[in-house]
Design a protein around this ligand. Structure first.
Ligand code: UFG
Length: 328
């Protein structure tokens, strides 16, 4: 099948693109390289540099049968400072993509959504039926896309699946032995920050230790990027099998780990004893965010295979092999 991967030079898009190539699909990556890295595009994929607005129609018209849509801005803090950037890129970009799909007749899309659509949950684990009350423009823009996609699919009798990721972590090893890990700049995520601090011999910062959790630090549901890649392939298969599928699925393990547990696990894996310092918590961090993955397990027969240790180990391998200059 010929598949378009938007944002396929980014962390998650490049891993899913590599998995699609390995599964024998004909992959086209569209990425403007505003945050992605050209060297992360899987060998064997066709690469088009450009934006959704300028290039989606032309790329889709070249025989694309399904779209996996990752291209987006994804920094929560930046979205609070500059909401218009998030509405314009995340919602506006997707509307351009959907319009082009409708004109050309491409009927299948899988979207990279987020647990941020739920905001501060009333209870965990979080089911898809939980209230959606995002606390940042980032989460709000992703929720708007979830709605636009499923409405578009219902109106035009096409297929759309939104995968609401929890905390994606780890690195993906491609068929060529290349490790595709997080290379964000700035890096805000916990696991890469812990590994960078360990390597540089400085303390890692814990954002708050007075949350209502057993050890006082925030609990998250970390999900391996390789498991996430499998979830995308399962979603594409389900869309091709089931006419009119338009739904949202949580993608997590159903197990939470606290910030302190992540730091302790990382110490064991790196062998580096790492001091930490507690600094004030970020304002919009909910104490506990854990998925209930029952719906995706039942309907797409997908289940996470990897745990926290494998995520940190793979992230560590990727980090150790990626020169700092390649992250910038
Ligand atoms: N944290 C630290 N120190 C750091 C970095 C993070 O203590 O250096 C803490 C955060 O406060 C949080 C936890 O580690 O409690 C995880 O933080 P991340 O930044 O790795 O991830 P978030 O949970 O903030 O964000 C993730 C996704 C977002 C998504 C959000 C929804 O990365 O895209 O979940 O809950 F919006």
């Amino acid at each position: 099948m010929r598949v378009l991967v938007t944002g396929g030079a980014g962390y998650i898009g490049s891993a899913v693109g590599a998995q699609l190539v390995a599964a024998g699909h004909d992959v086209v990556v569209l990425d403007d390289l505003s945050t992605g890295h050209a060297d992360a595009v899987p060998p064997g994929a066709t690469f088009v540099k450009g934006t959704l607005r300028d290039c989606a129609a032309e790329v889709l018209a070249d025989g694309i049968e399904a779209v996996l849509h990752f291209a987006a801005k994804s920094l929560v803090g930046e979205s609070v400072a500059n909401p218009a950037k998030y509405w314009s890129n995340n919602l506006g970009g997707t509307i351009s993509l959907l319009e082009a799909m409708r004109e050309i007749g491409v009927r299948t899309i899988v979207f990279s959504s987020t647990a941020a659509v739920y905001g501060e949950p009333e209870r965990t684990p979080i089911q898809e039926t939980a209230p959606t009350r995002p606390t940042s423009p980032y989460g709000a823009s992703k929720l708007a896309v979830d709605t636009a996609l499923t409405e578009h699919a219902r109106m035009h009798k096409t297929g759309a699946v939104s995968l609401r990721y929890f905390n994606v972590a780890g690195a993906y090893e491609s068929a060529e032995g290349k490790w595709l890990g997080e290379r964000h700049n700035p890096e805000t995520h916990l696991i890469p920050n812990v590994l960078a601090a360990a390597t540089e011999g400085r303390p890692v910062q814990i954002f708050g230790d007075d949350y209502p959790t057993p050890d006082g630090t925030c609990i998250r549901d970390y999900i391996h990027v390789a498991d996430l890649a499998d979830a995308h392939l399962a979603a594409v298969d389900a869309l091709l099998d089931r006419d009119g599928l338009a739904d949202y699925y949580n993608v997590g393990t159903g197990r939470g780990a606290s910030v302190l547990e992540v730091i302790t696990a990382a110490q064991e894996i790196t062998g580096i004893h790492q001091p930490y310092e507690v600094v004030p918590g970020r304002e919009i961090d909910p104490p506990e965010v854990v998925a209930d993955p029952a719906r995706i397990r039942a309907e797409l027969t997908w289940k996470a295979q990897f745990g926290l240790e494998e995520m940190i180990e793979s992230a560590w391998t990727a980090y150790s092999r990626t020169p700092a200059a390649a992250i910038a």
